[in-house]
Design a protein around this ligand. Structure first.
Ligand SMILES: [Zn+2]
Length: 393
């Protein structure tokens, strides 16, 4: 698929326009043929169609786009609502313009190839328009889903249908009794990761206190409330799907540690092969977000701790250990939670890429490019053996 942005070769950010896209006969990301009538064409998010004159129109956005003949392209764009099958649209446009079927089908494929329409495998919306009793709850769900889709669609050729559906499959455990955790929980459940939960440890306080107020999901009115009850309510009030059984008894496939985990926890996750990501204690104004640690594939958190220890004089090596619970100011806690939620979305859509680079976020100037730190396996860490065994298989 051609990315319209890629035709903009200037660094000035000024828009570029192309009269007819050069690529003819290129293959589309999703094949469209007569036997595959379930494709539902939908106009791309953030794209506009502007009629220039009776014969020509512009399709694109403020950064660039294409001038195209209105017949049959504009006719096709206008009918691409994500609810009507490709075969019906092609038949209608061919009949109304007295054009050969094949020509109209080829034009529809052109639009998909150029990224102006998406070919959805299934409707992203439920068949809302075909039902008599639409309640407010469903309308709210559709509105929220369309906003979530508006971002996913920029990296998924199917309008985000598969990625959205896939999110509900993952069982995610958030560890750490923190402001970040209680922001992250509703962010994940609202973003379609409906099987997310905060795992409390017996050593943690049972009730919400002043240090838990994060300005978003915990406010003054929640002081003294049971954390477990509040977490359940956050899930119930934030998810989109309408499902009631959200917490799965299945083992977590991802753990997000919002504070540095204890050595026995790291050991447990490593031996069970559970992917995890961790946030460091803040040091000065910086926190370090680890990469997604995949046991056997990437250096583990213990490897990182051992490398840190090695870098310190022997009599100061205790400085490399976590110093306990630190809370972040509300904006920083919200920022870290949002970064984690975006990282999780990206990890699952990008087919679990293997990275060994952690990111250092400056909480005072978070828009600066993060510092990066690449980590290696530590020879003293037992996870090297896990890796060796994995490589031998
Ligand atoms: Zn290790």
């Amino acid at each position: 698929m051609i990315n319209i942005d890629s035709i903009d070769s200037t660094d000035s950010g000024s828009p570029t326009y192309s009269t007819y896209p050069k690529v003819k006969g290129a293959t589309c990301a999703i094949p469209l043929n007569s036997s595959n009538s379930a494709n539902l064409p939908a106009s791309g998010e953030s794209l506009e169609s502007v009629e220039m004159n009776a014969a020509e129109f512009f399709a694109g956005d403020s950064r660039g786009g294409y001038n195209l003949p209105s017949t049959p392209y504009l006719w096709l764009m206008k009918r691409s609502s994500g609810l009507t099958r490709a075969s019906s649209i092609v038949a209608d446009v061919a009949r109304e313009n007295s054009l050969p079927h094949d020509q109209v089908r080829a034009a529809l494929l052109d639009l998909a190839t150029w990224g102006l329409i998406e070919l959805l495998p299934t409707p992203i919306y439920s068949t809302l328009t075909h039902r008599e009793n639409i309640n407010q709850h469903e309308i709210n769900n559709q509105t929220r889903l369309s906003i979530e889709r508006s971002l996913i669609t920029h990296r998924s050729p199917d309008g985000g249908v598969a990625e959205w559906a896939n999110r509900a499959e993952h069982v995610i455990a958030i560890m750490g009794d923190t402001r970040i955790a209680r922001n992250l929980l509703p962010l994940l459940t609202s973003s379609g990761f409906t099987k997310s939960s905060v795992i409390a440890l017996p050593s943690e306080p049972f009730l919400l206190g002043a240090m838990d107020i994060n300005g978003l999901s915990v406010t003054l009115e929640h002081l003294g409330k049971s954390k477990a009850l509040h977490h359940r309510e956050l899930i119930r009030h934030s998810h989109i799907s309408g499902a009631t059984q959200l917490i799965s008894s299945r083992k977590s496939d991802l753990i997000i540690a919002t504070t540095p985990p204890a050595p026995d926890q790291i050991q447990e996750w490593q031996s069970e092969g559970i992917t995890h990501i961790a946030v460091s204690d803040p040091i000065r104004a910086e926190i370090e977000l680890s990469y997604f640690i995949q046991p056997g594939l990437t250096p583990c958190l213990r490897c990182i701790a051992l490398h840190r220890r090695d870098a310190l004089p022997p009599n100061l090596s205790a400085l490399s250990l976590s110093s306990g619970r630190h809370e972040l100011p509300v904006a920083a806690a919200a920022l870290v939670a949002a970064l984690l939620a975006s990282a999780v979305e990206n990890f699952y859509q990008a087919n679990r890429p293997v990275s060994t680079t952690s990111q250092l976020i400056n909480l005072l100037e978070p828009a600066l490019a993060p510092g990066v730190r690449r980590w290696n396996f530590h020879p003293e860490c037992g996870c090297v053996d896990v890796r060796r065994r994995a490589l031998q298989r």
